[in-house]
Write a protein that binds this ligand. Structure first.
Ligand code: N01
Length: 529
């Protein structure tokens, strides 16, 4: 039997869309490759994994009962609690009977005559569906660099985004970590405490601001819960979908005196997290203001790290915020420990991995366990690896060979009735994920309902509307400083990937309004048939 909607992926986005589909009364199935729900929070079980947006903001608002009953224990929840939250949603809303676990989708073909999708899984099963929603996540395909000799390494090789379920015992072990992005920055302090010795291989140093994590303040929680809808609405008006409690400072760093500048940076440093980037309104747009923020952070590194050479090596030179800012707990302090060594592989890349070590700069660094904190083939990697064929048998990989193209980040020309959630061309990771997901779920649900009301079977964007949207996304990026360094936003972390800025940087309110306007205009830019 054909379903109305087939969702791929049981992470936060897939669960949220499934809950909505249930309320809409659609016959829906959700296919998930893993043996449990939770997506990101299922796979990223590395020590120290936790959210970098405050829990009260990184949570769903679609159900008042859910947001009232759910109790976060910390200001920034750790992975086990986020995984419990995903499972609670699946149970509380009775979603499990629509979810097929251990079912890895490997392809889908659009049937032009019947106007439906035929979806198949690696174990040979197939489904037919009117609408297909890819909730496969922007950060879900691990990036595993092809280091020479990696397969010869005698010990375990663990990727942070594909971490084993069983606890890993690091006692008496010499551990090597490659990568110092958000995942490495969270894992390194814990690994340093657990392992006998830790060697960190750093290609690019990271800017990190303390999370100031701790138990959730019950007074703050009570205040939020007294008016959760208002709290959500205020956050949706923010560029990033969060932070309304501590709004951006409207002053410009370049227009205030040195004392005021230091005072504001210091206040934000003490408050913790991403609020630092909002210390002044020009930090992310004016290179001079950005360098002031950068120098403040480098000053903190010099204060914290006792060895001046290590402090210098840890001090980034690129634009702050150009790569996602890391939110840490004790990261820089870790390099004061006698059992931790920092190795620069920015100037001298890793030559090879040998049976019991990592070789760079003519020296072999011994290790028993290798941790790859090397990130993801972000935003496009999961979809382009699937054999998804639209009109004329064209695959997504072909359509995106020069970088992702789509309309509103939601639909691709030539792929009717296919929706992509929180991927390229939308604000995605530039917004707190739950806000981005709920906006996409609302839009998709309204769109499917509109088609039914108007007796239409398919929707797809016109190539012209798509080209225009890609231009809009590029123009938004051109107004920022995001193009000034090598980040996963640009695909620069994966050798050979087209260098295209993938998320939409105009801010959540602008994006949400553009999506709403398109819908209000009867899905302007789309062909409905
Ligand atoms: O990945 P990354 P991540 N040789 O790409 C290095 C989200 N997230 O998993 O910077 C040596 O940021 C690479 O070096 P360089 C968040 O959105 C959130 O840490 O490319 N090194 C870099 O240091 C985040 O932005 C949380 O020069 C190599 C590191 O590996 C996104 O996920 C927690 C290399 C990869 O950093 C990705 O974060 C974790 C090579 N060949 C993640 N290849 C929260 O807090 C790569 N590297 C919620």
């Amino acid at each position: 039997m054909a379903t109305d909607l087939l969702i791929v992926g049981a992470g936060f986005a897939g669960l949220c869309l499934l809950e909505r589909a249930r309320r809409m009364g659609w016959n829906t199935v959700l296919l998930e490759a893993a043996d449990g729900v939770g997506g990101t929070w299922y796979h990223n079980r590395y020590p120290g994994a936790r959210v970098d947006i405050q829990s009260l903001e990184y949570s769903f608002g679609f159900s008042e009962a859910l947001q009232q009953e759910w109790q976060w224990s910390e200001r920034y929840s750790a992975q086990p609690e986020l995984l419990r939250y995903a499972n609670h949603i699946a149970d509380r809303f009775g979603l499990r009977d629509a979810i097929e676990l251990n079912t890895r989708v490997d392809g889908a073909v659009f049937d032009e005559e019947q106007a439906c999708w035929h979806v198949r899984s690696t174990d040979g099963r197939s489904w037919t569906t009117r609408f297909l929603a890819m909730a496969t996540g922007p950060l879900s395909t691990p990036n595993r660099p092809s280091f020479k000799g990696l397969d010869r390494f005698a010990g375990p090789v663990l990727h942070t985004a594909d971490w084993p379920r069983e606890p890993v015992d690091f006692r008496d072990k010499h551990v090597a970590v490659i990568g110092t992005g958000s995942s490495g920055v969270q894992a390194i302090p814990i690994l340093a405490r657990e392992a006998q010795a830790l060697t960190v291989f750093q290609r690019t140093p990271a800017y990190a601001v303390p999370a100031r994590n701790g138990p959730l303040d019950p007074v703050f929680e009570q205040r939020v819960k007294a008016d959760y809808p208002g709290f959500r609405a205020r956050n949706r008006r923010m560029r990033v979908g969060f932070g309304a409690e501590y709004p951006p400072n409207r002053e410009k760093a370049v227009e205030v005196d040195e004392a005021r500048r230091q005072q504001m940076f210091e206040e934000r440093w003490r408050y913790g997290g991403f609020s630092f980037l909002a210390a002044f309104s020009d930090v992310l747009t004016d290179p001079v203001a950005n360098e002031m923020a950068a120098e403040f952070l480098r000053g903190k590194i010099r204060e914290i790290v006792r060895d001046p050479r290590t402090a210098e090596l840890l001090s980034p030179r690129h634009t702050v915020g150009c790569k996602r800012l890391c939110v840490d707990t004790g990261y820089y302090e870790t390099f004061n420990r006698p059992n931790v060594e920092l190795v620069d592989v920015g100037t001298q890349p890793i030559d090879e991995i040998v049976e019991r070590g990592v070789v760079t700069g003519g020296r072999t660094y011994p290790c028993d366990v290798l941790v790859l904190a090397t990130g993801f083939d972000a935003m496009t990697g999961t979809l382009t690896r699937l054999d998804v064929r639209g009109r004329g048998g064209r695959t997504i990989a072909q359509a995106w060979q020069d970088g992702p193209v789509n309309y509103l980040g939601l639909m691709v020309a030539g792929f009717p009735n296919l929706f992509n959630l929180v991927g390229p061309g939308s604000t995605s990771a530039f917004t707190t994920m739950t806000v981005a997901i709920e906006q996409h779920v609302d839009w998709i649900a309204d769109c499917i309902a509109y088609l039914a009301e108007h007796g239409k079977r398919t929707i797809e964007p016109t190539p012209q509307a798509q080209t225009q949207w890609v231009q809009t996304v590029n123009e938004a990026a051109d107004e920022t400083l995001f193009l000034t360094c090598n980040s996963w936003y640009l695909g620069a972390n994966v050798p050979g990937k087209p260098r295209v800025f993938m998320p939409y940087a105009a801010g959540f309110p602008t994006y949400a309004k553009q999506c709403a306007d398109v819908a209000a205009d009867g899905y302007r830019g789309c062909v409905l048939a």
